[in-house]
Design a protein around this ligand. Structure first.
Ligand SMILES: NC(=O)C1=CN([C@@H]2O[C@H](COP(=O)(O)OP(=O)(O)OC[C@H]3O[C@@H](n4cnc5c(N)ncnc54)[C@H](OP(=O)(O)O)[C@@H]3O)[C@@H](O)[C@H]2O)C=CC1
Ligand SMILES: CC(C)CCC[C@@H](C)[C@H]1CC[C@H]2C3=C(CC[C@]12C)[C@@]1(C)CCC(=O)C[C@@H]1CC3
Length: 346
């Protein structure tokens, strides 16, 4: 078992969203690196030695304050799941809630805030190849979740104020995967178990970033440790990827085959699947008062599955000294091993 380093007083931090997939991995790595961590989350998490847990809604400033007491660094990686498809909730948590987090940080005297944003803030459903951080924010984001992530990122970066001693930075990961991920692998396996994972959308050559969770954590910690008044990273966004763009359908096939399912084989044209997904989505909206059904192939998923969207992490390499710590191959192997209950026939 790894021994934890004893925390120094300047290594006190809080993780908002620390019970979630990314948050939990971040908390474990912070503990390994000698930080003392306070977790704030709406969801109860299993206990970790050395962590003080505060349960509450981040929209409630009074509930947040005890978690931020004597803390100089805050990571904000809480968000409702994109699949919840709840516009009012996205707006309340990602926009108003982030304003509340900013106010709470000011009141508690927090000096640094690292936001988990998303590379999708620049994605409009059309190809992005090696996209850099200077791409404009999407005018037509792929869904409402992403719309609120754009506003959230702007709020946090604009709040960076060296005079006030409050520094901010945003990390933009893409397609996070790894042990404990509640969406990518579980949704993929569920789709395969229902016999719907037979088709490749388009010709299957589109390249996408999938990022192993420990690389995303590494990017967050580097950003936090480099965030100083004299550093060029203040108020900027950073792409964090595996730096190994992969064919979307090769990645999906590798995970599926690793778990004992067949890889998709038949091809359908992108425009046809996108059109059908749009139609189904409209139908689900119209019929919502009568019956509730959630289509598997939403327009957003089809866009993500059928286009190129991979991002350059050169800026993170230059300014943060970032380099992925786990390769895609090892990440996939470790992920597949961590889901024995999702194996075919389990
Ligand atoms: N997963 C991915 O591929 C990507 C994720 N991101 C971003 O990374 C971050 C982490 O995502 P991920 O770990 O996958 O998500 P998770 O859903 O696993 O974790 C988010 C955590 O935040 C909690 N939370 C939600 N609403 C509130 C609230 N009002 N107050 C306090 N806590 C709340 C969630 O609780 P509950 O589960 O009960 O809602 C959950 O524990 C998010 O900001 C997301 O937008 C960015 C790019 C890609
Ligand atoms: C049914 C299949 C066509 C697709 C199954 C896999 C998808 C569930 C995932 C593939 C890309 C993923 C992704 C996200 C969620 C899960 C996928 C759609 C995000 C939307 C999560 C939140 C973000 O900020 C951006 C992510 C982009 C990639």
């Amino acid at each position: 078992m790894a021994t934890r380093i004893r925390p120094q007083s300047n290594k006190r931090c809080a993780v908002i969203g620390g019970s979630g997939f990314l948050g939990r991995h971040l908390v474990e790595k912070l503990l390994d690196r000698g930080y003392s961590v306070s977790v704030f989350d709406i969801r109860q998490s299993s206990e970790l030695p050395g962590v003080s847990f505060h349960q509450g809604d981040l929209c409630d400033q009074q509930a947040l304050l005890p978690a931020l007491k004597d803390v100089s660094l805050v990571f904000h990686c809480a968000s409702p799941a994109p699949a919840s498809d709840d516009r009012a909730l996205f707006e309340r948590v990602n926009i108003q809630g982030t304003q509340t987090v900013l106010r709470a940080c000011m009141e508690a005297g927090v000096q640094k805030l690292v936001l988990t944003s998303s590379a999708s803030v620049v994605f409009e459903g059309t190809d992005i190849k090696n996209g850099r951080e200077d791409l404009p924010y999407a005018k037509k984001p792929i869904d409402y979740y992403t719309q609120t992530k754009i506003v959230q990122e702007k709020l946090v970066l604009e709040a960076c104020d060296k005079q006030k001693g409050f520094l901010t930075v945003a990390i933009r990961p893409h397609g996070i995967f790894g042990p404990g991920d509640p969406q990518l692998v579980p949704i993929l396996v569920d789709t395969a178990r229902r016999g719907k994972m037979k088709v490749i959308i388009g010709d299957g050559s589109n390249l996408v970033d999938f990022t192993f969770v420990e690389n995303v954590v590494h990017g967050h910690i580097l950003a936090a440790e480099r965030l100083r008044p004299d550093s060029p990273i203040c108020g900027k966004p950073y792409h964090i990827t595996n730096d190994e763009p992969v064919r979307f359908w090769d990645f999906m096939s590798e995970v599926l085959v690793g778990l004992g399912y067949a890889a998709p084989r038949y091809h359908l044209p992108y425009a046809l699947v996108y059109g059908l997904a749009l139609l189904l989505w409209l139908l689900s909206l119209i019929l919502r008062p009568l019956i509730s059904f959630k289509p598997t192939f939403t327009p957003m998923r089809v866009a993500l599955a059928g286009t190129h969207h991979y991002y350059s992490c050169e800026r993170a390499k230059e300014d943060l000294g970032y380099k992925p710590v786990v390769s895609l191959k090892e990440g996939i192997e470790r992920t597949v091993k961590s889901y024995p209950h999702l194996r075919h026939g389990a």
